[in-house]
Design a protein around this ligand. Structure first.
Ligand code: SAM
Length: 249
């Protein structure tokens, strides 16, 4: 018999349109449930996400795992279009959205790197990956703005990696400049965002910035979640001239 959170995950996944087909969907459900249990047990020790969210496994499943899963179809389409099999999750924290993403994209990814600078979170992530058995998942402890060694080489992959993040940094010219410095031309970035209106405001910053090209702002339905969620998709392109922001923006 399924636990309530496993049932929530199963129903939620079934309601997300266009998830990539998988050889063994039951396996993904077991892996997601295992990860959820780990988050639930570890959060009081590691302080990964708000304790209010982590104290209830149904909230955890909806606000964090299904929220991450809802962006998977968009990331999958980008992987198909670009031919990349590498994802970098910047400021991964508890492994979001990277862990649900790698589980649901098993077979479509060679590497899904959880990039995190804080030692304590890295320790949680290292412990969380082993029981999942997802070969693409790895943890990289580094400052994503100043990558060195392995991280720098990974960021400069050919074809470029797909970059994802959620609750990582504000969309400012400084953030965009930092991304354009460490990732090559052609890198697509998918940012998990909240209200659509606020994602459109971020989109204007991207359009105005020379070096990035806005691809899309899209509303995302997260099953069981009564909150607006959205995705912001843009590309790094050093040839883009950007545009001066319109007065009043
Ligand atoms: C608000 S948390 C979000 C975590 C996770 N992405 C989520 O959605 O729950 C932001 C995370 O980004 C990490 N972080 C912030 N700046 C970073 C940087 N420059 N390089 C690597 N990690 C960074 C922080 O340590 C923290 O774990």
């Amino acid at each position: 018999m399924m636990s309530p959170s496993e049932e929530r995950l199963a129903q939620g996944l079934a309601a997300i349109p266009a998830l990539p087909p998988q050889d063994d969907p039951g396996r993904s459900l077991v892996q997601l449930s295992r990860y959820l249990e780990d988050l639930y047990r570890s959060n009081p020790v590691f302080g990964l996400i708000s304790q209010e969210d982590a104290a209830d496994t149904l909230v955890l499943a909806t606000r964090h795992l299904l929220d991450s899963a809802a962006g998977v179809p968009r990331v999958w389409r980008i992987l198909e279009r670009t031919g990349s099999r590498v994802v970098c999750d910047l400021g991964s924290g508890a492994g979001l959205p990277g862990i649900p993403l790698a589980i649901l994209l098993e077979g479509y990814l060679d590497r899904c790197c959880l990039v995190e600078r804080r030692e304590r979170r890295v320790r949680f992530l290292q412990g969380a990956l082993a029981p999942l058995g997802v070969s693409s998942l790895e943890v990289l402890q580094t400052d994503a703005e100043r990558p060195c060694g392995e991280a720098r080489a990974l960021f400069q992959s050919d074809p470029p990696p797909v970059v994802v993040f959620r609750a990582y940094q504000q969309t400012t010219p400084g953030t965009l400049k930092g991304l354009a410095k460490v990732f090559p031309a052609g890198t697509t970035v998918v940012a998990w965002k909240g209200r659509l209106e606020s994602a459109h405001q971020d989109a204007r910053v991207i359009e105005a910035f020379p070096g990035t090209v806005l691809e899309e702002v899209l509303a995302v339905d997260v099953p069981f979640l009564e909150r607006e969620r959205s995705l912001l998709v843009f590309r790094i392109d050093p040839d883009s001239p950007g545009s001066a922001p319109t007065p009043g923006d």
